[in-house]
Design a protein around this ligand. Sequence first.
Ligand SMILES: Cc1cc2nc3c(=O)[nH]c(=O)nc-3n(C[C@H](O)[C@H](O)[C@H](O)COP(=O)(O)O)c2cc1C
Length: 185
Amino acid sequence: MILTVKEVIRNRRSIKLFNGKPVSKEALLTIFDDAKWAPNHGNRQPWRIVLATEDGLQRLNTVIRNVVVPNWEELSVEELAKKMVKFTTPGAVAFVIMPEDLRQKERLEDFAAASSFIQNIQLLAWDEGIGCCWKTPGWLEKPEFLNKLGVEAGERPIAMLQFGYFDTIPAEKPKKSIEEFVTFF
Ligand SMILES: Cc1cc2nc3c(=O)[nH]c(=O)nc-3n(C[C@H](O)[C@H](O)[C@H](O)COP(=O)(O)O)c2cc1C
């Protein structure tokens, strides 16, 4: 697809149902390399990514299973598969990790910059026909998960980005009208 900036912004949807087809590491690295042109104060580029594809995705899902379904050994194969389906159907997963600057202004700037970087990723992925959903599940903060992900002291993951191919595009969500969020000075 080659969409205009306006089209990609207007048409993108968060994709939460994937069809299981893998997403290549190369496609995602190209997307991340373009997304890095996001605005960021002082050119600090306050982000790093841990990417899981192919075998890495299998290993990641074992870690997620242990954290998210601690009683997995007591479940039947079908019960476990049902609980894990939202992790086993994406074709790749990336975690965006940012530094936690001790200064509040810089930390907010870094969060804003990393969020711009993430939106660039989502838009570039959409343009390639790759669906994405930015997720922030509670377990993303759990020490046992942070440890397995390799998050260092002074860092924080701000997004789990699930990528994948999809068969249906979700309907658009209602948005505020321009009159509701613009006033004139
Ligand atoms: C910071 C952030 C966190 C989000 N966390 C989740 C999440 O944990 N689970 C989820 O299903 N969607 C999550 N979303 C996606 C939103 O549900 C989605 O963007 C919203 O419903 C609007 O839909 P759209 O992106 O298709 O326009 C998150 C989005 C953002 C920006």
